[in-house]
Design a protein around this ligand. Structure first.
Ligand code: AHG
Ligand code: MN
Ligand code: MN
Ligand code: MN
Length: 374
């Protein structure tokens, strides 16, 4: 492959997706779902870019099911009511404020997925329960997503991101929607269809809203990086078959929690600060935005960790929306994702908002922390 491409040879995400489809790597429905997600990401990028101007920042006052404040953009990026006004299954939100937001605002991620006509069930970090989408066309892919991760960074214009994962269609959940089954039964079926181990993922990716807008995608054939060209409004392929370095001397942990950690983990952290033979200890880098911290780790090597601690028994990050998609991506790049003892992708969730400890990055670095924790 030539390293000097003229602008006529730039590969856009759209072209890349069509090539994958032609090659039989993904089907037509998956192509449309991924295109819809990329459109959602472009819209969220525009909202994030203008956030201080639009005066959309600040705590909205609602608290999501996980007890966190939802920033306005978390809510807008999520979108539950669809653009046609047909909301198929109402979500059981504990917060009326969030429901008012649903009625009032264009909320991006779910809208794009629903209007794709190719999703059966969608589950979001910001929603209490998964939502069954009326079968409007075909495909019925199951999409899990965190529409705006790291949203506490928004007010300071620091990196944020969106994360998503796509599972194979599961028609059981939809059958009940068409039969007008009881809400409980539809909800339960949706939860069951969404609660799959990450090893079943067909595709996963994230979009990082930073100095560049970066869309990272895997459909199970390596990791591809696209960069939003602001001149054309298109994602352009900028890196293919990304491989994470086997080792890397950068760690990203919230060390403010050190006193709450297990002794074994403290010993691991202390070891990273030993200058060792090279005379140079590890470097600490922590944005507090999984997407940004992960993207740096993917390119430069090293480790990102969100351990369990005395207060948070399973850490903070969610298996479905954060840990599993990122682990699929890191494995596709030759790295490793672990809860400290086992492969993240082997864990079957028992509840949709389940949290797990996460250690992710270069193989050697993840194996090192596993040894300390054993
Ligand atoms: P979210 O904004 O979607 O709720 O998730 C934020 C996550 C993740 O992005 C980040 O790595 C982590 O929270 C940071 O947590 P601490 O502030 O506890 O370090
Ligand atoms: Mn959140
Ligand atoms: Mn998140
Ligand atoms: Mn979020």
């Amino acid at each position: 492959t030539s390293s000097t491409k003229s602008s006529y040879e730039l590969v856009t995400l759209t072209t890349w997706l069509l090539k994958q489809e032609q090659a039989g790597v993904i089907d037509n429905e998956m192509t449309i779902v991924l295109a819809s997600i990329s459109t959602a990401c472009k819209q969220i990028a525009a909202l994030v870019l203008r956030a201080p101007i639009s005066n959309l920042t600040g705590v909205q006052g609602a608290v999501n099911v996980q007890g966190e404040d939802q920033k306005k953009l978390d809510v807008i990026s999520n979108e539950v009511s669809d653009s046609t006004g047909k909301l198929n299954i109402p979500t059981r939100s504990s917060s009326t404020a969030i429901n008012q937001e649903h009625d009032a605002r264009v909320q991006v991620f779910s809208n794009c997925l629903k209007s794709s006509g190719r999703t059966g069930v969608i589950a979001s970090e910001e929603e209490d329960v998964p939502v069954a989408v009326e079968q409007s066309y075909s495909g019925n892919y199951i999409v899990v997503f965190d529409p705006l991760d790291g949203s506490s960074n928004i007010d300071a214009a620091v990196s944020t991101g969106s994360i998503f994962g796509i599972y194979a269609p599961n028609d059981e959940c939809l059958a009940d929607v068409e039969d007008n089954g009881t809400l409980d039964s539809v909800e339960q079926r949706c939860v069951v269809s969404v609660c799959q181990p990450g090893s079943n993922l067909l595709a996963a990716g994230y979009c990082m809203y930073s100095s560049s807008v970066i869309f990272v995608l895997t459909v199970g054939t390596g990791v591809y990086v696209f960069t939003l060209d602001p001149m054309y409004g298109e994602f352009v392929l900028t890196q293919e078959k990304v491989q994470i370095p086997k080792a890397g001397k950068i760690y990203a942990f919230n060390e403010g929690n050190y006193a709450l950690w297990d002794d074994k983990l403290k010993q691991y952290m202390d070891s990273l600060k030993e200058p060792g033979d090279s005379g140079k200890p590890y470097s600490a880098r922590y944005i507090g935005s999984l997407v940004g911290d992960f993207h740096r780790t993917l390119l430069y090597g090293g480790i990102y960790g969100y351990p369990r601690d005395k207060k948070s028994k399973n850490g903070k990050l969610r298996l479905l929306y954060e840990c599993a998609p990122m682990s699929f991506i890191v494995e596709q790049a030759g790295g490793k994702g672990s809860d400290g003892h086992q492969r993240i992708l082997d864990i079957t969730p028992t509840e949709i908002h389940q949290r797990v400890p996460l250690y992710i990055g270069s193989v050697e670095e993840v194996e090192k922390v596993e040894k300390f924790l054993a």
